[in-house]
Design a protein around this ligand. Sequence first.
Ligand code: PLP
Length: 410
Amino acid sequence: MFKINENYLKLPGSYLFSTIAKKVSAYSAANPDKEIIRLGIGDVTLPLAPVVIDSLHNAVDEMGKAETFHGYAPDLGYEFLRNAIVEHDYKKRGADISADEIFVSDGAKSDSGNIGDIFSVDNKIAVCDPVYPVYVDTNAMAGRTGDYIPEQQKWSNVIYMPCTAETNFAPELPKETPDIIYLCFPNNPTGSTITKDELQRWVDYANKVGAVIIYDAAYEAYISEENVPHTIYECEGARTCAIELRSFSKNAGFTGTRCGYTVIPKELERDGHNIYATWYRRQATKFNGVSWPVQCAAAAVFSEEGQKQIKENISYYQENARIIASALDELGIYYTGGKNSPYIWLKCPNNMGSWEFFDLLLNEANVVGTPGEGFGENGAGYFRLTSFGDRENTIEAVERIKKVLANLSK
Ligand code: PLP
């Protein structure tokens, strides 16, 4: 008899962003004349860089001619792209990663979920609280998280590592030993980072207890301060405990173009098995690669001109973050992030709850942000704003927020 995967039935009602979308459409339907500014979802707004577009056009033309047509890509992705990744993202950082340890993919979200395929459901995961919801939900789908406890908005078999103002929004080593540890720096949602020494402590810990770290560095391009590691492989010993996820979404605007990559060093072994070989087997069976035009476009990001052009876009978003941050400074609102990250994580004023503040901004300022509570228990009372909007909207949103909060304090 047919049976559904019951793990899916355990998932709580709706994904955070669907709840937000429903609230926003209800408000828009009731107030069609109001212009809503979205500083909520982490999607970019600037178009692809000119060199990326040229490369896409050229590759599409190639697909139209027999002599230059490309069918299935190699399992790991094209070598020219993997070589460029190694040169720019690893060698420059003093990290020892070779081109055949890179698996080109359609993005970090799918890889962060798919990687669980190769791990036993008996493994226990540790995640930050607050957390990018995909890590937890994909493990729930796999049956690795136990039961959902609605009152606590937590799963019974997950180690939650609190990231609060007291911990500088970084996790502390957990008391209970996990098998898989998800770390994301610069962090979504808090925008926090950790130093190289702090990350080294995690690498040493994972090697000691035999855990695997899944290190999501999707926001690496936003790092502007010294002593913040750009890759976990800057740390000694990371090759024997860490998998790294990377994305072209936030550095080069590929959210709709889709490209990312996963790094697995060949000496990563657990339970007597080689993790690299297992992931290779999984990808070769379940994934048929990224299209020729998209891999060419990703390679163009690493050209001299490409690097210059994407840096202009990143600087644009960084300036938006600065505009939001200086308004919060003016208002005396506590926040973190924004410096090495496109996210600003603020404490809701007047001890408001996250959803209460969400409703206030939606109804009174027509600005949409993301309630911190949606990312976990420790996000309660916090709110995430993103710097991915356009400049005019960011300035306008900040002015509206200032007005609403000024009225609030009257
Ligand atoms: N990882 C984190 C932490 C993210 O915040 C996001 C997107 O918001 C992703 C991964 C998704 O990246 P991609 O677009 O490459 O799937």
